[in-house]
Design a protein around this ligand. Structure first.
Ligand code: GUN
Length: 291
């Protein structure tokens, strides 16, 4: 069993970007600038956005954090997006999800200028991804592909099973793994809450991506010997022994599953840091595409 170390790989990606930024500065060019919009004060979202802003600083990007009250109207939020679209200095815009219930994710995502859509959630970005055309790939699936690439894992011909069909992870992941690329070229099954015989399907997986958001859902009896396990889950569960009062749990029962796996991502320090590295790559691309 080998750990797929998201901290190590994301660190290397961020280091390479830092050198690119230093080169931009030497050449008197503009540095990438990411705008992050955070609505309300969901604890997990606060942590994710803080990590994104911190990574920008480490690499040498500019960042702007736009904090908005949970009660902001949809129209006001759309107005904020319009301002960020029009701001020539800003290369990338992300709106942290989930949004409060009275705001439509779809309307907000559709309002982002596709050339600044570093989350890759805009229909134009999704369309390009499905067609295999250049564009922004959603950060979590992109980060997972970068991780597989770093460890030179040849997934060609594998049966990949993706559990979870969110627009953020499961669906784009299924597209990337089935695309004619490397890594990619898998036969993909996508499972969800209505899937029958989920355990039997998971047992067929050479590569299993767990992205359903249920802590420790995938147990050893659902996993084939030698499978590659990608754990996207990151749920806060109460843990009074921790200073924060919670522990982070993946969707995979790491203790029982890891001995059966060939490669596995831990939680934390697996997919999470790769998501941020992929976002940083997308932001760099947004800045370069403009010039
Ligand atoms: N919420 C959970 N994951 C993500 C992500 O990758 N981007 C944004 N904007 N929100 C998220």
């Amino acid at each position: 069993m080998q750990i797929l170390d998201g901290v190590l790989v994301s660190g290397a990606i961020k280091e390479a970007l830092k050198m690119e930024v230093a080169q931009l500065i030497t050449n008197g060019k503009k540095v990438p600038h990411l705008a992050a919009v955070l609505v309300g004060n969901n604890g997990a979202s606060e942590t994710y956005v803080a990590s994104k802003v911190k990574s920008c600083a480490e690499i040498g990007y500019k960042s702007t954090l736009v904090r908005l009250d949970a009660t902001i109207s949809e129209n006001k939020l759309l107005g904020v997006i319009e301002e960020l679209n029009a701001d020539m200095d800003i290369d990338g815009i992300l709106v942290q999800l989930p949004l409060p219930k009275h705001i439509s994710d779809e309307k907000v995502i559709n309002a982002i200028d596709p050339s600044k859509d570093v989350d890759g959630f805009h229909p134009i970005s999704v369309g390009r991804m499905v067609l295999g055309a250049p564009g922004f790939i959603p950060a979590t699936p992109h980060g997972i592909m970068l991780l597989l690439e770093h460890y030179k894992i040849d997934t060609r011909g594998m049966h990949a099973v993706v559990v979870g069909r969110s627009n953020i992870v499961g669906r784009p992941m299924s597209i990337l793994l089935s695309s004619n690329s490397n890594p990619g070229n898998c036969t993909v099954t996508i499972c969800h809450s209505h899937t029958k015989n989920l355990r039997e399907i998971c047992l067929q997986a050479d590569l299993l991506v767990a992205a359903l958001g249920k802590p420790e859902f995938v147990k050893a009896d659902m996993v084939k010997e030698g499978a590659i396990i990608i754990d996207v889950g990151i749920t806060r569960v109460v843990d009074t022994s921790k200073k924060s009062g919670f522990a982070l749990k993946g969707d995979v029962d790491f203790a029982s599953v890891s001995p059966k796996s060939s490669y596995i991502t831990p939680v934390p320090r697996g997919v999470g840091p790769m998501t941020i590295a992929a976002l940083m790559k997308n932001t760099f691309k947004a800045c370069m595409d403009k010039n």
